[in-house]
Each structure stands twice: as structure tokens, then as C-alpha cells.
Write a protein that binds this ligand. Sequence first.
Ligand code: GUN
Ligand code: FE
Length: 457
Amino acid sequence: IDAPALGALRIRPAAALGVDRRSGRIIGVAAEATAPPERLVGEWTGAAVAAADVEVTDLGADQFLMPGLIDTHTHAPQFSFIGVGHDLPLMEWLEKYTYRHESELQDVARARALYADVVRRVLRSGCTMAAYYGTIHRESTCALVDAVRAAGQRAYVGKVCMDANSPDYYCETTDESLRETEAFVRAVLGDQSGADDALLVRPIITPRFAPACTVRCMRALGDIARERRLPIQSHMCESPAEIEFAKRCFPAYASYSAIYHAMGLFGPRTIMAHCIHMSDDDMRLVRECGVGVSHCPNSNFSLSSGVADVRRLLDAGIPVGLGTDVSGGYSSSIIDAMRMAAAASRVLTAQRGPAASAPLSTAELLFLATQGGARVMGMHDHIGTLDPGKLFDALVVDLAAPGSHVPAPAAAPAVARAQQLGRIEEAWALRAEQFVYLADDRNIARVYISAKLVHSL
Ligand code: GUN
Ligand code: FE
């Protein structure tokens, strides 16, 4: 099961998918797997293949294969206070909890211990690629890179930049911020030996958000990103108070987007989190520059930030993916993000009517969690669907896993009926919906990244 386009769920119940372990890529998919595996592999590779050279894995009746989930926005250091501190709105939450907890990760040993747990946890939730924020500390953020590499996860990792309007215990000078960013980028890129490594872990330029940065810092970060062709991530249009703050810091600009745009931070490799309260000018600049949006509905609800209008973003042709935004969001699972995105879209449907704002369908939610996220990451040629040529970043989902909340077909009459009538695709469409609304880590039986098994139950 995959979602190659918005609203299109592709279900291939009798398919065989071939993977080359060495390249980590999908070499072919046969919709009807009637030929013996070695013949299929021979057709895909154009070479004679012996049965002994092919390892075959069959999936069970309650299992399916899907692309890995993609988290386009999360904060690794904030796992230290996940699930607490939801009593305050964004700006007060940052001051009272976030900056204090993040500042403690100056301690590299502490960061190392936390980040090993974080990455394992994100991985077992089925997330094969994440865009992580670290802290302002270079060494600790390098420890995050180490943890990602050790786990075999695909990721963008950013050293956070904050040289303005931040507490003195958690702030950098402009020179420090730029010097440490350069050093971080060199450290991450320098450790790479080949092209495949470059697709696994990359540094991402990370001004925390405009109000926490000076003009000089943001412009120089924009230069670094352009020179080194690196992705950029930040926050934007998250809450009315935050937007007011940004406008007070940068009164000369027509919109929040105009600030980032003027600093050279807006382009097709830019990921902006939240984008809830978007003016027409914001929408125009984001669209024209090819900026991708990370929709973080759990965080948007949990910090009372607002309800992002994903339908409006999609209708405007803006790339959208899902983010957990731990710990503004209390869940580190992209399955949760799909459910929260469904709820957010239905809030808008309830307010405006289905004609004005259609709710997100199961197919659309699965797209946002996979290929939509891949597009926002600029990785859609490499991951996001189960197409030949793509890297095999995939999950084996087991709907009948021990402790699973997904009912067996016999206990779900609609599924059972579709199966009895031989409507296999319809049955799987229903089960995909059950996956979105009921699954959790217990259903993620195996996780593959570049064809390497990196997690199994
Ligand atoms: N804006 C600036 N920093 C943050 C952060 O850490 N989390 C969220 N949700 N918004 C931010
Ligand atoms: Fe965030």
C-alpha cells in the first residue's frame, strides 16, 4: 500500500516487490506475483538469476508493506519534557520550559544518552526519515548525528541558531552562531564517504525562528545554505502572539514570510513548520519560492496555537508534510500526526461546511505522511512511495500484532464482508483506514531503511 499522489491510495494485494540489498533500492514491482521470484528478478535486472541468489520474504495475511513515515519537524532535545508543560501557550511555554530544558543539553554526555533513546523511539514508531532540531550546542548536536547514524535512520539534523531575544543562559553571539554552524556542517559532511551516505544524514540550516535571530545571522545562514546546497528549517506563523513578536522585531517587512524571504532563507529546500495564520502575502511567497510546509497538528492543538488550513495550502499547490513537533506535540508518532491532521481538517469542515473545506481522506493522510513529507524534504525522487528506483525505506505493518488495537477482520464486519465477496482491494482500503486511526508502535513489525532492517519487533 502506498500513496503516490494526493488522494490516490495504491493497493496491490498480490504484488511482489524486489529489492537490491547493495544499492538499497527497489528494483521492480510485479502487480501479480505469479512468476517464480528468480524469473521476476531476472526480468527486472536483465540478467540470469539463480533461485539461490534470491531471498524471499512472504508477508502474512494481516501484514502489509508501506513506505516509511516521514517526520518533517521534531525537536530531539524536547523529548526530555514530552507530555508535561502543556499549561501555557507558545511564547510562555518557550520561556518557562523549552529554553531551560534545551540549555541543559550543553552537557554532551546527557545529550548522548537522551538522543540514543530518542532516535530508537522515533524509529520504532515507523519513522524512516526525520528533520531534527538539536540545540544551540554543536557538540551535543553532533551527538544527535551519531545517534541517528548508529540507528541507521535517514535524517536532516540542525544545530539551532539563536542570537537575539533569547535568555542569557541560552543564547549565542552572532559570530558564535555562524562559526558553530559552519563547524557543525563541516563535521557532518566530513564524516561521509560516499553518495549513499550523503542521502542518509545531512546537516540542515536551522535559525530557530526569526524573532530569535539577527538580520546578520539569518543572511549569513542563507549564504551557507546556498553555497553548500543545504536544506533550511524554521518556524513560521504559529500563533498570533508569535507573529506580533516577529513583526515587532522586524517592522519593515510586510509579512512573516517577507522576513525569511529577504534573508535568503526561502527556497525549494526550505521547510517551514506550522504556517497556521497565513496572510495572502505569506501564501504567495511560500508558493512562489517552493517552500514546503510541515503541518504539526498535535502541537497546534496542544499549545492552543490554532488550526492550520491544510486544504488551503494544498489547493495553492504548496508541498505539505506532517510533523510531530515534539514536545509542543506530545506524541512522537506520525500515525498520531495523521489522526490529528484528520481532526484539524474536520474542525474546519465543521466550521465552514464540506463544500468550502473538505476533510482530509485516509488516502490524503497517508500521502501527507509519506510522499508529501518526502516532497517537503526534497527527497521525493528517492523515498516516499514503493516505486522501482526508489530507496527501500519501508515498513512491514502487522495489524494482528500482540496488543494491537486494530480488530481482526472477523470482528470488523465491513472488512469481513469485503473479503468474503472477494473484494480484496476494498478490504485493504478499510484496513488502511484502521491502520491510520488505530495503529501504534505495536503494529510496526519491521522497519527498513535503504533495504537494511533497522528495527523489528
Ligand atoms: N518556535 C520557536 N521555537 C519553537 C519550538 O521549539 N517549538 C515550537 N512549537 N515553536 C517554536
Ligand atoms: Fe517546532
